[in-house]
Design a binder for this molecule. Structure first.
Ligand code: AMP
Length: 190
């Protein structure tokens, strides 16, 4: 049974790679972004509060996120092994996750950092926004900028936590999707 985390800035392809892993291995994909979007879709109070934060590109509070993942984590990790996508995003969340796992005699086996050229990423989004007649796409470029900033300020500091545990591997996310998937598989099988 293996538990892994996928790290990478927005647009790095975490979700795509997670879905491939689910198809190839019997693991469960836990995406906190998907969980929050489900809350929004169901019009829950939590969803309505989270939407504002998400639309601004900022982070939903650690308390809420830790509780949200806690309810799924122990069961799914023990039964299937999990692919965490979008969690942990802060050092506080990483510490809480560690405690959750430790209490169940589990650990993170691999943390994969999907590395991308952010200039290229951003250029792509800006280009798309400039081609579009919808004003909203311009918002997206702005929000992406904020999300990248949040990634550097809050999530990048989580990486040394896993480097110190000797479970962190970097994968070049600028390669073809197939090749990125192959590299990740090699890491998981190593
Ligand atoms: P994602 O789909 O993973 O890019 O998440 C979309 C948005 O949901 C993020 O920009 C955050 O606002 C929020 N979010 C998702 N996961 C977390 C998390 N672990 N901690 C805080 N906010 C989160």
């Amino acid at each position: 049974m293996m538990n892994i985390i996928l790290f990478g800035p927005p647009g790095a392809g975490k979700g795509t790679q997670a879905e491939r892993l689910v198809a190839e291995r019997s693991m469960v994909h836990l995406s906190t972004g998907d969980m929050l979007r489900a809350e929004i879709a169901s019009n829950s109070q939590l969803g309505m509060r989270a939407k504002q934060v998400m639309d601004s590109g900022k982070l939903v509070s650690d308390d809420i996120m830790i509780k949200m993942i806690e309810s799924r984590m122990a069961d799914d990790a023990a039964k299937f092994g999990v692919i965490l996508d979008g969690f942990p995003r802060t050092v506080n969340q990483a510490v809480a996750l560690d405690e959750m796992l430790l209490g169940n005699n589990m650990a993170i086996d691999h943390a994969i950092e999907i590395c991308v050229d952010e200039e290229a990423l951003f250029g792509r989004i800006e280009h798309r926004a400039s081609q579009s007649v919808q004003v909203r796409d311009d918002d997206n470029a702005e929000v992406l900028k904020q999300r990248l900033k949040v990634y550097h300020d809050n999530t990048a500091p989580v990486l040394p936590f896993y480097r110190n545990k000797a479970v962190l591997t970097q994968v070049d996310g600028m390669m073809e999707i197939e090749l990125v998937a192959k590299k990740i598989s090699e890491v998981l099988d190593s």
